[in-house]
Design a protein around this ligand. Structure first.
Ligand SMILES: CCCCCCCCCC/C=C\CCCCCCC/C=C/C(=O)SCCNC(=O)CCNC(=O)[C@H](O)C(C)(C)COP(=O)(O)OP(=O)(O)OC[C@H]1O[C@@H](n2cnc3c(N)ncnc32)[C@H](O)[C@@H]1OP(=O)(O)O
Ligand SMILES: Cc1cc2nc3c(=O)[nH]c(=O)nc-3n(C[C@H](O)[C@H](O)[C@H](O)COP(=O)(O)OP(=O)(O)OC[C@H]3O[C@@H](n4cnc5c(N)ncnc54)[C@H](O)[C@@H]3O)c2cc1C
Length: 663
């Protein structure tokens, strides 16, 4: 039997309707159709071919990406694609490039932080790509601490302009995507100075390059920051360095929704919180959570298919060896990641709806849910990116030696993905933001009832004193038992930290001293959100034979896997006995055996094309070995029998007639 037959057999074992699961994964039939159509459009167009990328040099790779982006823009216009379709098209092209910044950051920054007048002027230009923008916030010496940025924007009364300046080397903008070579404009974050007074960091629209010949404008020095981790991964993007030498922009190019500077040089703070200036980061963090489920599902799809094809040991009487997916150790590493991909998918959908709700409230000048939205996006961004980065690397290991080949698709995926733990808010820094929110919520509880994702803190009294009543492994197959366990763990960890901080005379000192515990408490809170969201999703109608049942299994796998992994927390907070923790682990093993027959069908439900996976190991048809061989033969080193350099550097060594004694 060949890999092709193995996967065919695996697909026959499925206990649920795969087509219906595809819809459940996508969110709706319409969402599935749009994504499916765009995936096929990209996969079937030779312009979007990706297999030559690993052999290209940086310049060729960059140019090739520009070519694809230009062609994609033509398709978007020629085919009159909707915004949603265009988003999926860019996603399936699968190469980071300047358009990510244009659509995910530049346009949202204009939308979220521009005044109505500014939006009327700049949005049409950006939306039709007459200008190309980036988001220039981070500096050489300042990233996480936005208030610490050094770039200055000084108001000049006489000319009614701002003077944008980089006073030091360390104030150079450093990292913004698309900035080195493509962007014509940037939203530049700088410290506003009026008459010698500092008014905090604000965003300014600054033109970097001529719209005539693309040359840099006077006073602007811009370039690429150099190659990044991994070959192809992020090196298709021109992350840049940018310095300003007293560049002048009109006053009306400061983003003026949150605060304004008048012609007279008066600083006016609107009635909206200053944190709205951070709104672009909040909206991108939500996109990043959604991207996590895509990247993890991709790695899991590759590792699961390959695990069903790969056989090692266990052959009896010359029969086939055991499929590695049947090893319990393989299952215990792989299936939690499969479950996590679904969990992240559902929590990203939920986060999107939370974001929509917050946006509507902001329009109505209701800012009450902003802190919670910030904590949720920051925390979930941190949780999902960390788990996804680790998960991709685990999938590489699950594929043994072949996982290390570029043709497995996993090394490039990892290299592309891992900076998500850093950009848009470094993960630990983000978890500390969650901790601030939680500690504040606890401290305000005497006069303010916690709501939303923090509402369980309002049930602190029972949660502090309850004990788990699970007695058998089956008792763990109960959503309320699971939620109660996660709520209790989170509440107890948060309250413990809060009480210890309260003992410090200086609360900030206490917060800093307890920061490692606070990060763990925040993680517990965020895991509770993911688990509860999964459970809530299962309360909705999910059509299709066996679909809901399969998702229920995955939901329990996700929750009990976390419980097992963090059992130290659950035991230390005194909610569980070691016997109950052990019962959870027993149940987890039983659940793995329920996932096993459905594993291939579950990864098929992601509906990933072979083009998107770009993995010989993850091919839909399972024809792994012949294609691995074929991919290897295509390596440029195999172009000739005698490689360049052999005659020059190896032959002379082989031909020298040295005696051993002379060595
Ligand atoms: C195989 C190859 C495959 C290739 C595939 C390619 C496919 C490509 C597809 C791509 C798809 C998706 C990806 C999306 C695009 C991603 C592009 C990524 C580009 C990256 C861009 C960036 O990184 S931009 C820079 C980001 N920078 C940051 O995030 C900085 C982080 N720092 C901060 O946010 C703040 O400094 C921090 C919050 C840490 C502190 O702020 P500060 O003002 O000092 O505030 P505090 O004093 O701590 O707090 C004051 C109060 O404000 C509250 N608060 C803080 N932030 C917010 C907020 N955002 N909203 C609301 N409230 C906020 C805080 O809680 C305090 O509240 P309190 O009540 O007073 O306690
Ligand atoms: C691929 C990529 C693309 C990017 N694109 C852009 C872009 O388009 N535009 C843009 O403006 N920026 C961009 N960035 C920059 C990115 O936003 C920053 O790197 C990120 O915000 C982290 O900041 P930093 O590099 O200053 O890390 P640092 O904050 O210096 O982190 C270093 C270490 O210090 C720790 N640390 C920092 N502060 C604290 C604290 N208060 N408490 C405890 N520990 C702390 C962190 O946990 C980390 O371990 C990009 C970065 C990458 C890697």
């Amino acid at each position: 039997m060949e890999g092709v037959d193995y996967l065919r057999d695996e697909r026959k074992k499925s206990e649920f309707d795969v087509e219906a699961m595809k819809v459940a994964w996508a969110g709706s039939r319409e969402a599935f159709q749009v994504s499916d159509r765009m995936a096929k459009l990209v996969a079937n167009d030779p312009v979007f071919e990706k297999f030559s990328k690993p052999t290209l040099g940086r310049k060729e790779m960059f140019k090739n990406t520009l070519r694809k982006a230009a062609y994609a823009w033509k398709l978007i216009n020629d085919l009159h694609l909707t915004e949603e379709e265009a988003k999926w098209l860019r996603h399936y092209i699968d190469e980071p490039n300047y358009t990510d910044l244009q659509w995910e950051m530049f346009v949202p920054a204009l939308e979220g932080q521009g005044s109505e007048e500014q939006k009327r002027k700049w949005l049409p230009l950006a939306q039709t790509m007459q200008i190309i923008g980036t988001y220039a916030q981070t500096e050489l010496a300042h990233g996480s601490n936005v208030q610490g940025l050094e770039t200055t924007a000084t108001f000049d009364h006489e000319t009614d302009q701002f003077v944008i300046h980089s006073p030091t080397l360390t104030s150079s903008k450093w990292w913004p995507g698309g900035m080195a070579k493509v962007a014509t404009h940037a939203i530049v974050y700088a410290r506003l100075i009026i008459d010698g007074h500092f008014y905090g960091v604000h965003g300014f629209i600054v033109q970097l390059r001529s719209l005539e010949d693309h040359s840099t404008l006077p006073g602007i020095t811009v370039g690429d920051i150099g190659m990044k981790f991994g070959h192809g991964a992020y090196n298709t993007m021109d992350n840049g360095v940018l310095r300003f030498d007293r560049v002048r922009i009109p006053r009306n190019q400061m983003l003026m929704r949150v605060s304004q500077v008048t012609k007279e040089g008066k600083y006016v703070q609107s009635d909206v919180p200053r944190q709205l200036a951070y709104g672009t980061m909040v909206s991108v963090r939500q996109t990043i959570v959604s991207d996590a489920s895509k990247a993890l599902s991709r790695a899991v799809c590759i590792a699961t298919r390959y695990s069903a094809i790969r056989r090692q040991f266990g052959s009896h009487d010359g029969g086939p060896e055991t499929q590695v997916i049947d090893y319990k150790t393989q299952q215990s590493r792989l299936f939690p990641l499969l479950a996590s991909a679904f969990a992240f998918r559902f929590v990203s959908e939920w986060l999107k709806s939370l974001q929509t709700d917050v946006k509507q409230r902001l329009e109505a000048k209701d800012f009450s849910t902003l802190p919670e939205a910030h904590a949720c996006t920051a925390g979930l961004k941190s949780l999902t990116t960390a788990a996804t980065a680790d998960g991709i690397e685990e999938c590489r290991k699950l594929c043994g030696g072949h996982g290390y080949l570029i043709s497995s698709g996993l090394p490039e995926l990892y290299a592309y993905y891992v900076p998500a733990c850093t950009y848009e808010g470094e993960n630990v820094v983000m978890m500390l933001q969650v901790a601030r929110f939680l500690v504040k919520t606890v401290s305000e509880m005497s006069y303010k009832q916690p709501v939303g994702t923090a509402d369980y803190l309002g049930r602190m009294a029972p949660l502090m004193h309850n004990n788990c009543d699970v007695q058998t492994a089956e008792d763990w197959l109960n959503p309320s038992a699971i939620v109660k366990a996660f709520e209790t763990r989170a509440v107890r960890m948060i309250v413990d930290c809060s009480q210890r901080i309260a003992k410090f005379e200086n609360q900030e000192e206490g917060f800093a001293e307890l920061s490692t515990d606070l990060v763990e408490a925040s993680l517990a809170h965020c895991q509770l959100i993911v688990v509860s969201t999964f459970i809530q999703r299962l309360k909705q109608e999910i059509p299709g034979k066996g679909v809901k049942q399969s998702l229920e299994v995955l939901c329990y796998v996700y929750a009990l896997y976390l419980l097992h992994k963090h059992q130290g927390d659950f035991l230390a907070t005194g909610y569980l006995t070691s016997k109950q923790a052990s019962l959870a682990n027993d149940q987890l093993k039983t659940l793995y055996s329920k996932v096993r027959p459905n594993a291939i069908a579950l990864v098929d439900s992601f509906n990933h094309t072979d083009h998107y996976l770009s993995s010989v190991l993850g091919r839909y048809d399972g024809n792994v070995y012949p294609k691995l061989y074929e991919a290897a033969r295509k390596d440029p080193l195999n172009d000739s029998d005698i490689a360049d350099g052999i005659n020059q550097y190896v032959q002379p060594i082989l031909k020298q007639k040295l005696h051993l004694a002379k060595l």
